[in-house]
Design a protein. Structure first.
Length: 256
């Protein structure tokens, strides 16, 4: 376990339903993520990846075990994390009646940042993400990639300590997704935010993560690896092969 982790799971299990209709989404999941780490999580559909993010964000509480974010219980101390956790979803989830700049400024508005200040911050983030000149456009007038840029700007505008990303590029075409992925990683490096990135793509996990975790079903760590910037293509291919074996249903493997 990482010393003084930003995010900590200790033998966490999460069961939904009651009686004979129970469904175990997470089983005995333990991990620690240090401040500033970028961790990619892979797994088949229904393996508990999104449930894991919901536990971190405090939307649900574990059935067993302990979750701690910055040393506190995110479910019991939910209001403590307002402005500290940003989320980027698969779909942009923009409010259609708000312009791009108003959508980016939403979190700042909820946190009582004065109007002029929040609009300045929102405009700055739109500029950083290549959307200068589109501040007053409504979502319907923006392409899918542009809307997702607005969504990313909204997440970063509040300067969160932690960023949770639930397959934010999966709905985009390959070219747009690759471009946004590179920009996203650069922004994370600049801000130093701790980030968890959920993906179905092995290549995306290898390109984004400094560390990756493959979850089996119900959610438990079936394989874990550290991805170094100096890792050779041969080493990456070995990791890629191990991930494929785990996702195909082979037994859990040891960390690389």
């Amino acid at each position: 376990m990482t010393a003084d982790p930003e995010i900590l799971f200790e033998q966490v299990s999460k069961t939904f339903g009651r009686g004979g209709g129970e469904f175990e989404a997470i089983y005995d999941l333990s991990f620690a993520i240090g401040r500033g780490e970028l961790v990619a999580i892979l797994g088949k559909t229904g393996c508990g990846k999104s449930t894991t993010l919901n536990l971190i964000s405090g939307l649900i509480r574990p059935s067993r075990g302990r979750v701690r974010v910055q040393g506190h219980d995110p479910y019991a101390d939910f209001t403590r994390y307002r402005g500290k956790i940003g989320i980027v979803f698969q779909n942009d989830r923009l409010m259609p009646w708000r312009t791009a700049i108003e959508n980016v400024a939403l979190g700042l508005e909820l946190n009582k940042v004065p109007r002029q200040k929040r609009l300045e911050i929102a405009a700055s983030w739109l500029q950083r993400l290549g959307l200068s000149g589109h501040e007053n456009n409504y979502p319907h007038a923006l392409s899918g990639g542009m809307r997702q840029r607005v969504s990313i700007a909204r997440a970063f505008a509040g300067e969160p300590d932690i960023l949770l990303c639930d397959e934010p590029f999966s709905a985009l075409d390959e070219h747009t997704g690759n471009a946004l992925r590179d920009e996203f990683r650069a922004l994370l490096r600049q801000t130093g935010a701790t980030s968890i990135f959920i993906t179905h793509s092995i290549d995306e996990a290898l390109s984004l993560g400094e560390r990756l975790m493959v979850l089996g079903r119900p959610a438990h760590i079936a394989y874990e690896a550290t991805i170094g910037v100096d890792m050779s293509e041969t080493e990456r291919e070995a990791v890629r092969g191990r991930i494929r074996r785990v996702l195909a249903g082979d037994a859990a493997e040891q960390p690389a």
